[in-house]
Design a binder for this molecule. Structure first.
Ligand code: EPS
Length: 391
């Protein structure tokens, strides 16, 4: 069973993450982590920080000679904005003191006001530094380890943008793992090149107005075996676990498993995935309306999940109405450096969250202290599926 904890503030020295429960013997390199972190920085519409800041990755523990030890893996991701300049040193100092520029005009839609009220802060920075999506870098580092473990089980996870602002993709073909490089090569991580141009146009128009855009990504899990998650209890259902993990991504407001919202309007006779038999692969559904999950259990079909992100609450041209918490006068929320949209990057974070849930469930189902043991247990389960009474 996989557990992880992240810590760190957006403009602080570094983010850290500790991942516990990885089996021993998993091949891991710093380059693996760098490659995934670089994917998270992709996307037209990200702010200047993405251009000048690097993610400085250090594996602090848990890996020796390129393999996990079965001990907790600790990763530090340094902020180069901290190490290469002193811009944030006073503002984010650990030593006792206080800011000279408290942020007192909370942004609607951000954690600012509710967080200030909950924790008793008078400076929104005390909330926003942790609420920031910068924290997702630490999740992606953890998710890279989860993806490497899943690869040992033949699982690969792909995401692509299916809506940016009002522009939706038309193509019905879903990208496969072989298409991931193509998706990443798109400026908006969109598999439908016709929609891509319109998406970039929307981002340019929103940028010119100092505004922001949301959107929807689809995540597809290939090679997920039958039997992850369980119907037996609410907190063991795979769709419930994915929902919680994906909803926890900053600015995400909706998660859909398969065709969840569309099938709600259909008759039962047209809402489910017929079960078929293929002598080579066994039971197979002809469609993916259920998104590869029935009764909280993976069916062995591709996992399909969609994730909706609201437009970011920080606008370059402040037009959102708020109240100054000191004067109580109506005003507009403060302006911070921001992204026009982070939807393309959110896709990579959504892959990460799915990978962490699936890896957690895989370790729960197959167990084992070393990767070989886990893989052998998974193979044995597949053999039972083929050769047992249902095969
Ligand atoms: C963010 C605002 C921007 C983003 C940041 C999240 O940062 P800044 O205000 O420092 O320019 O670039 O995202 C990241 C730093 C990241 O690594 O994803 C926010 O308000 O949440």
């Amino acid at each position: 069973m996989l557990r992880y904890l992240t810590a760190g503030e957006s403009h602080g020295r570094a983010l850290v993450v500790i991942v516990e429960g990885l089996p021993a013997g998993l091949a891991v390199t710093v380059e693996d982590l760098r490659a995934e972190l670089a994917r998270r920085r992709l996307g037209y519409g990200r702010g200047p920080r993405m251009r000048f800041e690097q993610d400085e990755v250090t594996i602090v523990g848990g890996v020796r000679h390129g393999r996990t030890l079965g001990s907790p893996v600790a990763v530090e991701i340094g902020n180069t904005e901290w190490t290469r300049s002193d811009k944030w040193h006073a503002e984010m100092a650990v030593a006792p003191g206080q800011t000279e520029a408290p942020l007192t005009q909370p942004r609607p839609g951000h954690a600012d006001l509710a967080g200030m009220q909950k924790y008793g802060f008078t400076d929104a920075r005390d909330v926003l530094e942790r609420a920031s999506a910068r924290e997702t870098a630490a999740r992606v580092a953890a998710g890279t380890l989860a993806k490497l473990l899943l690869a040992e089980l033949g699982v690969a996870i792909v995401s692509h943008v299916v809506q940016l602002g009002p522009v939706r993709t038309k193509a019905v073909a879903r990208p496969t793992p072989a298409d991931l490089a193509d998706v990443d090569a798109s400026e908006v991580r969109c598999f439908d090149r016709a929609a891509e141009e319109a998406m970039v146009g929307e981002i340019k128009a929103a940028a010119a107005d100092g505004d922001s855009l949301g959107g929807v990504v689809e995540v597809i899990g290939y090679g997920v075996s039958v039997g992850l998650g369980s119907h037996v209890h609410w907190d063991r259902k795979l769709d419930g676990l994915l929902g919680q993990a994906l909803m926890s991504i900053q600015a995400v407001k909706g998660v859909e498993i398969g065709d969840g919202f569309e099938v709600a309007g259909r008759r039962g006779s047209a809402a489910h995935d017929p079960i078929g038999w293929d002598a080579d692969v066994g039971y197979r559904r002809g469609s993916s309306r259920a998104g590869g999950i029935e009764g909280g259990i993976s069916t062995g079909d591709p996992l399909v999940v969609r994730v909706a992100m609201k437009p970011l609450a920080t606008l370059n041209r402040p037009t959102l109405q708020t109240v100054d918490v000191v004067t109580k006068a109506e005003t507009v929320s403060f302006k911070e450096r921001t992204d026009v949209t982070a939807v393309p990057a959110m896709g990579v974070v959504a892959e990460t969250m799915c990978a962490l849930v699936l890896a957690d469930e895989a370790t729960r189902k197959y167990g084992g202290d070393a990767v070989e043991e886990l893989v052998a247990n998974a193979d044995r389960f597949r053999r039972v599926l083929r050769e047992g009474p249902l095969g």
